[in-house]
Design a protein around this ligand. Structure first.
Ligand SMILES: O=c1[nH]c(=O)c2[nH]c(=O)[nH]c2[nH]1
Length: 286
């Protein structure tokens, strides 16, 4: 039997980095989780244990810290690009770098005091290849949205196991995980992020939903029509079911007012929306 090495990558995960800017009495804070993953000419280390091509994951972590000191941390996409390009251009054996960043939001509580915002997390994944090409994917996760009406689910396929009753008015809630791919070089990642996020919120709130699938498509489509710099959107939308509680044993009616918010199991609706002419990324960019 002959076997061979399959796809592989290695790096440091969950590098928790806090960068403080203290150039005056009013401080600024960036709170990140960085992951690096390098790939390339890594046959020897797997097949023979020759580590000559392996830049240690410890060095990768140190680079994250050193770059935060030297270059500061602006938009997470820019920081990720800086790191990805560095690994590929400085290590001949590294042909591709993937750098993932999550940014945790803090609200200001005072000149040097901050309150952690428990809500959504801004994300990015950046790829850089030795042919010089970069791919930037921005996104967010843990964004919890809920509509108290304007959501139906009926007319679905039914078989001998179907017990779900069709509904014309239900609570629709989800915890959005979204990634969107930039077509080329985006000039201002901060503005682009705010526009894409706004498009997701507007489409969720403004779509009369016949299914979460239809809402997913509307959200992706809205991002693409609002943001010309973005060519592809992928969404993962758990259906956070809200079940109407039967209050009839207590002689009470329940006209869509009291729900049981179930946490599991949940429906999981996932899909992408892309421009007809979206350039092929050429690899699994998530
Ligand atoms: O929006 C929905 N899509 C489904 O596919 C589905 N399936 C289900 O049980 N409830 C729902 N809701």
């Amino acid at each position: 039997m002959t076997v061979k090495l399959g796809p592989n990558r290695y790096g440091k995960a969950d590098v928790r980095l806090v960068r403080v800017v203290r150039d005056g009495p009013v401080h600024h804070l960036k709170d990140l989780n960085v992951g690096t993953a390098l790939s390339g000419a890594m046959e020897a280390v797997h097949l023979t244990g020759d580590n000559a091509a392996v830049l240690p994951t410890d060095s990768q972590k140190n680079t994250v810290h050193a770059f935060a000191r030297k270059h500061g941390v602006g938009e997470i996409e820019e920081f990720a690009l800086l790191l990805a390009r560095h690994f590929v251009t400085s290590q001949p054996a590294v042909h591709h770098a993937r750098v993932e960043v999550e940014e945790y939001a803090w609200r200001r509580g005072g000149p040097h005091s901050f309150v952690r915002d428990g809500g959504e997390v801004r994300t990015c994944v950046v790829h850089h290849d030795r042919d010089g090409r970069s791919t930037v994917v921005s996104g967010l996760k843990d964004l919890v949205l809920l509509n108290t009406t304007g959501s139906e689910f009926r007319g679905f396929a039914a078989d001998e196991y179907t017990t779900l009753k069709p509904t014309r008015d239900r609570v629709l809630a989800t915890e959005v995980r979204a990634r969107w791919r930039h077509a080329g070089e985006t000039a201002d990642h901060g503005t682009s992020y705010e526009r894409a996020r706004g498009a997701l919120l507007e489409a969720f709130a403004g779509t009369h939903s016949l299914s979460l699938q239809q809402t997913l498509y509307a959200m992706g489509e809205r991002v693409l029509t609002s943001c010309p710099e973005i060519c592809e959107v992928r969404l993962s939308l758990p259906n956070k079911h809200h079940f109407l509680v039967d209050l009839s044993p207590f002689g009470l009616d329940n006209d869509n007012e009291v729900y049981h918010a179930a946490d599991r199991p949940y429906g999981l609706i996932e899909g992408g929306v892309l421009r007809e002419d979206a350039p092929d990324a050429g690899f699994a960019w998530e």
